[in-house]
Design a protein around this ligand. Structure first.
Ligand SMILES: [Fe+2]
Length: 344
């Protein structure tokens, strides 16, 4: 098997393992536990000097409600390791709050202030950041606490789809000898949002792109697909009755991602089971897109401050995905939490 086919098969392999999805039978779970116990623990991959890092803050909603100290640990770790790890961007993949409540936004706002002016970040709303979990419209508190004006003075901030609304935003930076564009999309992006993102990806076709939104890939390592899988995949945006219509993972892929040769990574949170997924897909242009889901909210103490670190190695091609908790001061080293993929 050549390297390209191997990469395209990576997701299939993880899918066959069926890691951590709700539909999984108890017997399978027991077998998996046994297998895991038999496996010798892998050591953490070392940080390679000269690498630069993008940090993902996966679904922080439980910290906003119950464990704000864990979000504080995460943001302080980022600031304290900014220079050593060359952290160039932080991405928060939605559900900053559990119930779009003022006290939650105030807590999240306070902890993100630690990052303001120190490390740039991008945020998108998740379903929990809207009134009644997105059923009562798209008027999110995110715009009260993270309005575009909070970002506008940053040299890396590109802009938003609509004035006064941060839900759909883009950022521009350079790292590792490349120019990059980050595009953040609202929960269940509307058709108009995908049209806007299409324009941004075309305009910056000379830049390598990272796109992220709250719901895209499921824990079975396939895209959320209402038309084919309906409620078998829990958490599909079509199940929420969100105002203005929505697109799920498969629709975002068909209408946006697969048309663009410059998308290197499509990332999301939100999903059920172990909250993790990864696959590699081929675009219409013959390029490969890494699709990654990461969400620890269902783990102990609301997520235990687990961070996903994307370390871009000095070879300009290799990316190490690692998972670290500043609470435990430990790395997760199983294959879903520590793996290597490629920048093409
Ligand atoms: Fe969510």
């Amino acid at each position: 098997m050549d390297r390209r086919n191997f990469l395209l098969g990576t997701g299939v392999f993880l899918g066959l393992l069926g890691l951590g999805c709700p539909a999984e039978a108890k017997d399978d779970k027991d077998k998996k536990k046994q297998k895991k116990a038999e496996k010798p623990k892998q050591p953490p991959l070392p940080f390679v000097p000269g690498s630069w890092t993008v940090v993902i803050l996966p679904d922080i909603q439980n910290y906003a409600t119950r464990y704000p100290g864990l979000l504080r640990l995460q943001t302080r770790w980022i600031v304290n390791h900014k220079d050593e790890r060359r952290i160039v961007y932080v991405l928060q993949n939605g559900d900053l709050t559990n119930n779009n409540k003022k006290f939650e936004w105030q807590r999240v706002d306070r902890e993100f202030k630690t990052l303001d002016g120190v490390v740039p970040y991008a945020v998108v709303p998740g379903n929990h950041d809207y009134p009644k979990c997105a059923k009562a419209g798209r008027n999110t508190g995110l715009n009260d606490y993270f309005p575009p004006s909070r970002f506008e003075s940053w040299p890396t901030f590109g802009g938003t789809m609509e004035p006064g609304h941060i839900e759909n935003n883009f950022h521009l930076f350079e790292a590792g000898g490349r120019k990059w564009v980050i595009v953040g999309l609202e929960w269940g992006p509307r058709d108009t949002t995908l049209e806007w993102a299409d324009g941004i990806l075309k305009k910056y076709a000379d830049r390598t792109a990272i796109v992220f939104t709250h719901a895209y890939l499921y824990c079975d390592n396939t895209r959320l697909d209402w038309a084919k899988k309906g409620t078998k995949q829990r958490g599909n945006p079509h199940a929420y009755g969100t105002a203005g219509g929505v697109n799920d993972g498969e629709e975002i892929w068909q209408k946006l991602i697969k048309k663009h040769a410059n998308v290197f990574l499509m990332m999301n949170g939100h999903i059920q089971g172990d909250g993790l997924g990864f696959q590699v897909s081929e675009t219409d242009r013959g390029t490969l897109v890494n699709e990654m889901a990461v969400d620890y909210q269902r783990q102990e103490i609301g997520g235990a401050a687990w961070l996903r670190l994307l370390e871009f190695l000095p070879d300009g091609r290799t990316v190490q995905a690692r998972t670290y908790s500043p609470l435990y001061e430990e790395y997760k080293t199983d294959p879903e939490n520590q793996f290597v993929f490629e920048l093409y």
